[in-house]
Structures are given as C-alpha cells and as structure tokens.
Write a protein of this length. Structure first.
Lengths: 112, 159
C-alpha cells in the first residue's frame, strides 16, 4: 500500500520527507530500540516508534524503511526533519499511542 | 578499493554516516543486495559502538572481488570480558545512550550475525579492534557452512 493511502486512511500528519510519500509499504515494524530495528526490520516496512532524534533516519535509511510514524504527538527534532528530507524518508505523526496506531495499521494492511 | 573514515566518540549526530557511505559504494559496485545489507548492519553497529563507548575510532574498509573486510579500531575503555560483551542483552551503555534507543546489548551480536567472519581483540584501558569480513558471492553452500559455524564464528584475540 502506498504511504499516501495510509496517511489518509489513518489520518496521519506529514511532518517531513514529502519526497518519499510515493513509497510502498510492505508491512510494519514496532520498536524503540535502534539495534532491534537494525537487526530485525525488513525493507519497505513502516516503522512505528516514540524516538524522535535524528538517528532514527540513519537507521531507516540503512534499512530502506518506507516511512516512520512517530506516536503520541511527539515532535521530532529539527535535525531529524532535515535529515528525513535529504534521505527522502517520510516522518509521519499521530496523536495515538503505539498500541492503537499499530492496531489500526495492522487492520489496514491486512485487507491488502 | 580501500578507504578510511575517522569517527569521534560521543557524537551521535554522525552515527551511521560511515555505514551510509559504504552502502552507497557497495551499491555502485553492484554488490549483491543480500550481501550489502548484512555489511551495512554490522558496520552500523560497529560505528555506534565507537560513538557510544570510545573516545575516537578509525574505520578501514577494504573491498576486493571476493570479500568486504572492515576493521574498526578505537581508542577507548576496551572490553575486559569479550564473552560477556558478546552476550545478547549485556550492555554497559550510559543512561543517556539508552534513552536514545541504543544500549540494548545487541550491537556485537548483530555484528556477529551479519558477518561471515568476525575477530575481536581488546586491551582494557587502551581500546578495541573489531574486524568483520563478508564474502561478495553469497554461496548457498558456504552460507550453510557459516550457519553451522554460527556457534563460534568469531575469533577472540586477547593481546
């Protein structure tokens, strides 16, 4: 499913990385530990996390993550936003917590 | 092809830059995607280890047709007990490092899983050298052998 379709279905806010909005999401991964994401996420997945610092973009870029969803209305730091724009990785925001946004994303991708 | 990068301890803003640069080089060289993915994971973890634990480090990358060899040498506290450090979940990271989602104690084990050969030597109080090698041709047979060696795929060299 396209990131743009997921954004409208889940009412996500586009924070940065607009040039990557046509990315295709192949699934999702949920973790706040960067080593876990580096070791276990798969190419094309959407990553749901509460981390907001710029290292999440480095990890997402290395793993070819399709987009990052930041939970609970957290605002990423300025350098995170800047890096996501240069790496073309969309950073999306939701006011929901990890449990609820993950459930909704799972239901949405399950329909595919 | 050989090149080196210097990294500064404690500077998390640049963590991953070397891995990112190497990823681009491997892509340009048309290295098999399944190979470069593992190299990049192992290198990223090594880079983060230097940033999180050491004062400074040098990453030497050496690529030929058969293999990618990366040597990460740091000046730092060193590792007193390598077996313990290799255990998944064991970490000496500071609370500040953990708050940023690092320090889960998976770095060295991720490096082991994502390299075909790994060697560590360390002198407590001086520094650590980690060398990882990945072969450019993923040979199913060889991969099986590597998996068989999975229990002991790294050589410890305590000087």
């Amino acid at each position: 499913m396209k990131i743009t379709d997921i954004i409208s279905a889940l009412d996500l806010k586009v924070i940065s990385g607009k040039s990557g909005l046509s990315n295709e999401a192949t699934g999702g991964y949920v973790s706040d530990l960067l080593s876990d994401v580096i070791g276990n996420s798969k190419e094309g997945q959407i990553w749901i996390t509460l981390q907001t610092h710029q290292n999440i973009i480095a990890v997402a870029s290395l793993k070819d993550i399709s987009a990052i969803i930041i939970v609970k209305g957290f605002i990423p730091e300025a350098d995170t936003i800047e890096k996501s724009n240069t790496e073309n990785i969309p950073v999306l925001g939701t006011d929901l917590d990890t449990f609820n946004i993950t459930g909704r994303l799972f239901e949405l991708l399950k329909k595919e | 092809m050989q090149f080196s990068h210097k990294i500064a301890g404690g500077d998390f803003s640049k963590a991953g830059n070397v891995a990112s640069a190497v990823k681009k080089v491997l892509r340009q060289m048309n290295i098999d995607h399944s190979v470069s993915k593992r190299v990049v994971i192992a290198l990223y973890e090594g880079e983060v280890n230097v940033v999180a634990h050491a004062y400074s480090g040098v990453i030497d990358v050496d690529i030929d047709e058969t293999r990618i060899k990366i040597t990460i040498s740091d000046k730092g506290p060193g590792i007193a007990d390598i077996d313990q450090a290799m255990e998944e979940g064991y970490s000496t990271a500071s609370p500040k490092v953990r708050e940023n989602g690092f320090g889960a104690g998976m770095g060295l084990s991720n490096m082991r899983k994502n390299s075909d050969a790994m060697r560590i030597s360390s002198v407590p109080g001086e520094g650590t050298i980690v060398e990882i090698t990945n072969y450019t041709k993923p040979d199913p047979e060889k991969n099986m052998i590597i998996e068989d060696l999975g229990r002991e795929p790294f050589v410890k060299e305590l000087r």
